[in-house]
Design a protein around this ligand. Sequence first.
Ligand SMILES: [Zn+2]
Ligand SMILES: [Zn+2]
Length: 764
Amino acid sequence: MIKILSITALLTLLGLFTLNFLFSVADKIDKIEYSTIITDNKGDVIHAFLTNDDKWRMKTSLEEISPLLRKTIIEKEDRFFYYHAGVNPFAIIRALANNIFKMKRTSGASTITMQVARALERRPRSYTNKLIEIFRAWQLEWNYSKNEILRLYCNLLPYGSNIEGVKSASLLYFKKDPDHLSLAEITALSIIPNRPSSLVPGKNNELITLERNRWLKIFARNKVFTDKQIVDALAEPFNAIRGNVPKMAPHLSLLLKKNGMPVVHTSLDMNMQLKTEKIVRDYTRILKLKNINNAAVVIIDNASHRVITYIGSSDFKDTSDGGQVDGAMAVRQPGSTLKPLLYGMCIDEGMITPKSIIPDLNINYAGYAPENYDKKFNGNVTMEYALEHSLNIPAVKCLRQLGTEKFIHSLASCNFVQIRKDQKKLGLSMILGGCGASLFELTSLYSSIANGGMFAKPVFTNDEKVSHGFSVISEASAFMINETLSKINRPDFPINWQSTERMPKIAWKTGTSYGRRDAWSIGYNKKYTVGVWTGNFSGAGVRELSGAEVATPLLFRIFNTIDYDSDEEWFTQPAECDIRIVCAETGLIPAAFCANKVSDFFIPMKSSSAICGNIREMMVSANEKISYCKTCAPASGYKKKMYKVISPELQEFYDGHNISYLKIPPHNPQCEQVFKNEKPQILSPKSEFEYMISKKDPEPLQLQCRAGNDVSRIYWYIDNQFYKTSDVNSPVYFLPGEGPVKISCTDDKGRNKDVWIRVKYVEM
Ligand SMILES: [Zn+2]
Ligand SMILES: [Zn+2]
């Protein structure tokens, strides 16, 4: 007998396990679709989305099922919840007896687990279906913890209309999360699912109050809560009405909804987000008068690498300029905003320091001849000046020397997606904005400068871990960039900005894209990095649009609001960064003759230690008309004089701007020494160009060169045949034959330069 019983028990168990395996309950649970909930950094809901079946079915977290909520539900629905295995045998027997002897069906036999089983798959009431539910209840108990089952129960409770679950009901009726509900509110919420269509908050509040109080009195009789708790709950008025689900931070919420998680805990600081939204809204109201319709802002907390404010447009609901477009992620031309990274990288390469001199003069790299914003050239400038004034030519020169590949590699590793995609197509113009980047990418990059050059991809949620990060520029280099970008006396300081004394100290850089379509201003201090973009989503350019005059005032306003009166200290000079004295005219280590000296930051063992060769002591004749070298200097009758060495380009600039300078006198014509450096440059014709000459009306080509200031005569050769001699500045003309032509220019020191061109005679 015992044997038969144990075999039966074993077979039943085996059967149950097989069924459990064949009809998985986990599949049913995984299929529940929840509304996506977006919370702020404190966990408060800031945005939620309907499910695909248009339900508000929000997932309650385990922490939100407070002891008070748990106690009330269990007391009301299933007092033995923690003691049974899904079904309460006594309740079933009682229900069966009721059904058989009184010929009526009673409910109340259902445990919380049974109710979950029923909510997972709705079936008509029958004894067979009841058996299936009992099996499902056992399955739930076998596979899930009591807390998980209670959570499922909370999530699936029907509240009428399209509201499901305690979390949705709590938010829509009481505007708070379930763990903040009072006993009175919890009791009300626990009775509505019994009759959701006749207990509608806002419509049947009196009835709900009556029913609530009836249950509170039952709780009092059963001594579940203290008398004080019950008295307070009874006295609490019930005047809930259905509210709206919050729809804050819409751009980021939409972006994060794509991840498919039921709950996304963003790192947004709603206090800052809402304040900044208001500033942006008020500011764009004024901009609209100038036909500038939109703005986007990203704020990153530098220490945690988390995005704490995210504004995709000035007004999500305004469709006149695509308010739903996410301007923080949109790929646009970045203008000059990549320059700080470039100079930072060049400092690390030892190429430059803040006081290094970079000539800002007309350049032409294989046909690429960039201009400055104001179409002027400034001659010799320091790197600092070039960055502060956002000069284009020094930036192009530096990028050429550093190498675009290296620069692109750095940007790609800092997650510049479009730049990574386009890397094969990008050239020197990328440093002036000839590439695509988003506000989020740029703000992330500046945040890395604020973090001593350490880049870690910023995250939007508290759920994500921040990656370890890597050094994109050294701490010393980042410090030099901070110092340069935080100076107030600069041309891109907004003209009408007065309240400088109230500003927290920040470093910032502006940018304006080609055609004035985008205005950028990105700033940081130790605490925050704020990225601002203004422009039109339609892509329309506006004459008044500029980083300095349009984006920067908004940046300043935001910093003034979020970090007003900040007592955060400024960046301190890192140990690897040192100070040295350099020649002010070259930024190099001063030579004996250098008179004008300044102090400069540098990185020992890294920054160039070249010695200034700016001043040269020359041997000249008594009348200073002839210069000598060691080989040709006469035994007596000469004197020594200091001359500045001026490159041919700079000479041309000085001549063009009527800047006087001391020319080194022409070299002794009798000298036989041949100089090998400072060869002349052929300006026209251009090397490797094809020239079309009209057959009918042939026009000669101009021969023009530039030579060192020690040169007085030059000699032209065509295909190795002497052609003509002239002084440096007089143009010479000649008419070449068809085909390839070699043109050579030799100066009076024997230094030579060749170019090849191709000539074609055409009908014109
Ligand atoms: Zn010097
Ligand atoms: Zn000589």
